[in-house]
Design a protein. Structure first.
Length: 568
C-alpha cells in the first residue's frame, strides 16, 4: 500500500472537536473523519484496524459455538411496541416513517427482531441451545455525542443472542461468552475489569460489564485490589467500616444547634467530625415518607435503595412536600423517638455509639446517641456509596475507585423478551414453554478508540500488532533515488510474498514529515531507507519500544519478521 496512492490525510494540529487523545489521534493520523456530530467515516487505515478487531471478535465467537447472521439495521416498530421498548427507549432511538406512513427505527440493538425470527422456526428442545450473532452498525441518538468513537451516534457492535430450554443451559452459554469477551480484550491488548452492573434498558436479572480502566471513561467503577471483584459505583458492595461513631458509650444529651442543617455545619459547631454524625436523607416512596440514615461521610446510593425497596418509584422529599409529612422536621430528623415514618439504616449504623443526630425538634440535635440503647436499627441494608478505605465484601482487600470505558456487556435476560413476544419452544413432553435468553454486546468501533486511548504517546498511536492496520511502514527518504526505490520495491515484494502487506511512504515530502507521520500513524515497525544505504545499511525501528536496529537490505525480511513477532 503506497502512501502516495491511499487516503491518509494526516493533520499537524489538534482538531478543535477532539477532547481526548484517541479522538484527536484517530483524526490526526488520517484514520477517520467526522461527517456529523457523533457520525464518522473510517478511512483506509482506520478500516483495516476495525477489520482486525472484528476478525478477532468473529474468531472468538465462532470458537465459542456462536453462529453469524446478518440482521437488518432498519426495524419495524411492531415488535418494539410488543416488548414495551418503543416507549422505553425514548429520544435515544432514531426513528423514521416510510412512504406508507409505517414507523421504523434504526436499530440500537436487536432482541425483538431476533427473538421473533427464532420463535417463528418453532424450535423444539432438540434445537436449543442456539447462539446467534452479527457484527453490525448500530444507532443511538446520544443527547451529547462526544469523544469520537467512544460515544458516537452511529457505531459498530457485535451483538449475540442465545436461546435456551433452562436457566442452567443459559449459565453455560453466559460463561462461554464471558470467556470469549475476556479473550477478545486480551488479544486487543486491553486490560479489562469485569464488573457487576445494572441491567438498565436491556433488562433481565444479571449483567456484567467489561470495563477498561481509563481516566476518560464515562462510568465510575469500584474494584478490589486483591481479588477479581468489581462493580459499578452504584451497585458495589463493601464491608461495613469500623470508623463510624466512638468506641465508648456516651451520655445522651440534647444540644441547641441553631440553623445547623448540614452534616458539616453540625460537626464543626459541635466540635466533632462527620464520622460521628448520623446523616438523614428523606424520600417519598409510594406516597409515604422514608427516612434513610447513613454515616455522615457517606452518600445514599439510589440504585441500591431501589434494590432494597423493590421499586424505582421514589424521590427525595421536596420542600413543597414537607407539610404533608409533619413527622419529619426539616434538617433535624433523627431516629430517636421517630414515629409514623418508615426508616432504613445503612449497615454501618448497627452497633454504633457516640453519635450526633437530629433531635426531631427544630434547631436541636442529640449527642452521645447509641444504637441498641437509644434506638434500634431494625431495618438495615448496604445502601451507601463506597468511600476511600472501604474493604471488599468478598475478600477484605482494599477497594479502589476508577473511571472505566465499557467495551462489552453481557446479560442473562431470562424470560424478559420471550414472554411478551410469545417466543416458545416445545419441551420433551410436547408442551410449549418460553425460551430462556441471554444477550451479549461488544462495541468494535469503541474497542478501536479504546486501543488508541490506551496505546499512544505524544508522537502518536502505538498500535499493538494484533490490531494494527498494517504491521510495517517503509519510509523511503529519497524516492527519487533509483537505489532507494529499488531496495524498497524488493523489500515490499519479498514481504508481500511471505504474506505481509505493508505501508510504503513514497511521497515527495521531507524526511522530517515522513518520520513524524510514521510515528503518528504508529504501525508496530518502521523500516527507514535513507543515506545509510550508501554504506549498505537500513534502519529498523520498533514503534512501541522506540528501539532502533541497524540492518542490511539483504536478509532484512527475516529481521523484520522477527522484530514484528516480538513487537507488542
Ligand atoms: Zn476482593
Amino acid at each position: 500500500m503506497r502512501l502516495s496512492r491511499v487516503t491518509v490525510p494526516t493533520l499537524k494540529e489538534k482538531p478543535a472537536e477532539a477532547e481526548i487523545p484517541s479522538h484527536e489521534l484517530l483524526l490526526r493520523a488520517g484514520m477517520m473523519r467526522s461527517v456529523a456530530a457523533g457520525i464518522y467515516a473510517l478511512l483506509p487505515l482506520g478500516t483495516l484496524a476495525l477489520e482486525k478487531i472484528e476478525d478477532i471478535v468473529r474468531e472468538e465467537m465462532n470458537a465459542a459455538g456462536a453462529m453469524e447472521v446478518v440482521l437488518p439495521g432498519l426495524h419495524p416498530s411492531d415488535p418494539w411496541i410488543q416488548s414495551g421498548r418503543w416507549q422505553a427507549y425514548g429520544p435515544e432511538m432514531m426513528r423514521l416513517v416510510d412512504r406508507q406512513g409505517r414507523e421504523f427505527c434504526f436499530a440500537p440493538t436487536a432482541e425483538e427482531v431476533i427473538t421473533l425470527m427464532v420463535s417463528r422456526t418453532a424450535p423444539s428442545y432438540r434445537d436449543l441451545p442456539l447462539n446467534l450473532y452479527q457484527i453490525q452498525t448500530k444507532f443511538r441518538d446520544e443527547i451529547r455525542p462526544r469523544f469520537g468513537l467512544l460515544r458516537a451516534r452511529e457505531f459498530r457492535m457485535k451483538d449475540a443472542y442465545s436461546f435456551h430450554t433452562s436457566e442452567e443451559e443459559l449459565d453455560d452459554t453466559y460463561r462461554s461468552m464471558y470467556e470469549a469477551y475476556s479473550a477478545v480484550a486480551r488479544r486487543c491488548s486491553l486490560d479489562v475489569r469485569v464488573i457487576d452492573a445494572a441491567t438498565g434498558l436491556i433488562g433481565g436479572d444479571v449483567s456484567q460489564e467489561f470495563m477498561v480502566i481509563s481516566e476518560v471513561g464515562e462510568d465510575e467503577i469500584i474494584y478490589c485490589t486483591e481479588c477479581e471483584y468489581g462493580a459499578s459505583a452504584e451497585m458495589e458492595v463493601h464491608r461495613p467500616g469500623v470508623g463510624f461513631g466512638s468506641p465508648e458509650s456516651g451520655k445522651l444529651e440534647e444540644v441547641k444547634t441553631p440553623g445547623m442543617v448540614s452534616v458539616e455545619d453540625v460537626a464543626v459547631y459541635l466540635d466533632t467530625d462527620n464520622a460521628h454524625v448520623l446523616k438523614c436523607v428523606l424520600y417519598v416512596v409510594g406516597g409515604e415518607a422514608l427516612a434513610v440514615f447513613v454515616p455522615g461521610y457517606r452518600e445514599v446510593s439510589e440504585a441500591k435503595l431501589e434494590c432494597v425497596l423493590g421499586t424505582g418509584d421514589f424521590h427525595p422529599l421536596r420542600e413543597d412536600e414537607r407539610e404533608l409529612y409533619p413527622a419529619v422536621t426539616a434538617g433535624f430528623t433523627g431516629p430517636v423517638g421517630l414515629e409514623g415514618v418508615r426508616i432504613l439504616f445503612d449497615q454501618e449504623v448497627k452497633g454504633s455509639r457516640g453519635l450526633v443526630c437530629g433531635a426531631n425538634r427544630v434547631d436541636h440535635h442529640l449527642k452521645g446517641v447509641e444504637e441498641g440503647r437509644d434506638f434500634k436499627a431494625d431495618s438495615v441494608a448496604d445502601i451507601a456509596y463506597t468511600v476511600e478505605g472501604d474493604l471488599c465484601a468478598r475478600c477484605g482487600g482494599v477497594l479502589r475507585k476508577a473511571r472505566g470505558i465499557e467495551i462489552g456487556h453481557i446479560f442473562k435476560l431470562g424470560l424478559k423478551y420471550s414472554e411478551p413476544l410469545g417466543a416458545s419452544f416445545t419441551d420433551q413432553d410436547g408442551n410449549g414453554k418460553p425460551m430462556v435468553m441471554g444477550t451479549y454486546g461488544i462495541g468494535t468501533s469503541r474497542i478501536l478508540a479504546t486501543v488508541v486511548e490506551l496505546h499512544h504517546d505524544d508522537a502518536g498511536i502505538k498500535w499493538p500488532k494484533a490490531v494494527a492496520p498494517l504491521p510495517l511502514e517503509l519510509l523511503v527518504l529519497s524516492p527519487e533515488s533509483a537505489e532507494q526505490a529499488k531496495v524498497a520495491a524488493d523489500l515490499e515484494q519479498g514481504l508481500k510474498a511471505s504474506g505481509m502487506e505493508i505501508l510504503v511512504d513514497d511521497r515527495d515530502v521531507s524526511p522530517g514529515i515522513k518520520f513524524n507521520d510514521a510515528d503518528l500513524i504508529g504501525l508496530p515497525a518502521q523500516v527507514i531507507i535513507g543515506n545509510k544505504l550508501a554504506e549498505g545499511k537500513i534502519d529498523l525501528k520498533l514503534r512501541y519500544s522506540g528501539e532502533r536496529i541497524e540492518t542490511f537490505p539483504e536478509g532484512a525480511n527475516q529481521a523484520i519478521e522477527r522484530a514484528i513477532d516480538v513487537a507488542t
